[in-house]
Design a protein around this ligand. Sequence first.
Ligand code: SAM
Length: 391
Amino acid sequence: MSARWTRSCAKAPTPGSRYARGSAHSSLASVTPRTRTATRSPVARAFPSVGGGARRDLSDLSDPAPGGRLPSLLPAPVSQDRKGVTPLMLACEGGHVEVVRRLLAAGAPWNELDNDNHCAGEWASASGHGELAHMLIEHAVQAELVLGVVARRDREPDLSYLATPVRYDGDDKLLDEDNDAVMMSWEAPLMRLHARVICAAKGDVLNVGFGMGIIDGYIADENKTRSHTIIEAHPDVYAHMGRRGWMKKKNLRVEFGRWQDVLNAIADANHALPGGVSNENARLFDGVFFDTYGEEWDDMREFHALLPKVMRPGGVYSYFNGLAPDNIFFHTVYCRLAAKELGRLGFETSFDVVPIDTKSDEIWKGVKRRYWWGDTYFLPTCVLSGGTEGG
Ligand SMILES: C[S@@+](CC[C@H](N)C(=O)[O-])C[C@H]1O[C@@H](n2cnc3c(N)ncnc32)[C@H](O)[C@@H]1O
């Protein structure tokens, strides 16, 4: 396990959370849609609150001589020039704290991208204005917490992935019908660490999303847990599990279905039998891992809301942390957002910094879209309050 990293980096967010960030531009190759959680929507669309909030004329702004192109763009806080540059980006580049504050208050979109796919937060950190990047992250998290609720109200679940075939490419990849990667073997070292995290208490463990069964292999082979449950919804993956003998393994329960159905049934059964438990659906877990495909941040939020109903106090939750991995700023916002929302549900979240190397083109051969560029993975450990010291 990598060393736990306590942040002091100016670019990173709130004290108390553990984050690390490299140079914003170095790990940002593009903002193509990614193909794991929150994948099918381009990053900018992944935040429904884009452009939310009141918009007003800023011609009354009186900042001390911002200079450059900023004054000509200021009267329209949502405008972009030929290169996609916004007033907010220029204000961030110049380190004009008051202008940034007022632009945000006026509804300037924090997540607009310029033509090179860089957002205002990256303009701030690339110019050495870590305090502004920090301010933008806080603003983004708050905006998403408040405005995201409105945008989500009439959301329909996207079931398209589950209705289309997937195929295994040996033991190296699981691909969807467009040749986007559902899962790849380079993630094995990460899965091994996730398995250790959720199996720490050696109790009842749940994995959501079998994929290539990598984490399930580590749970079963390296961690002696009291029980092991897998929820998997794709019929082709389920058939593969059968062929590989997973249904016959001891101490293992495989639930075929969407977690939305399976977990709600467990939560309902737990609720019907408080304190305990003879109904076969009623169960509590000590460790939970979440890693699905074709779903979005909003699905994950729904999943999180179910956790306190199906986990024991002191239990440990972790998830594949691949939200917006192609933009370090958006990724940081998602880390903060997840930690904040999980905090409201009673979880304390910390992030371990794990180095990863996916540079080799060999790794991505046969995959339509590469989904990871960075050299760092922030592995989340989320502990549900109420446990006793030492488990
Ligand atoms: C990225 S893979 C999981 C990889 C796994 N962690 C491993 O170590 O191999 C995602 C899996 O989630 C499954 N999945 C997608 N949506 C689901 C849902 N709503 N409920 C349950 N499983 C789902 C997919 O079919 C796929 O098998």
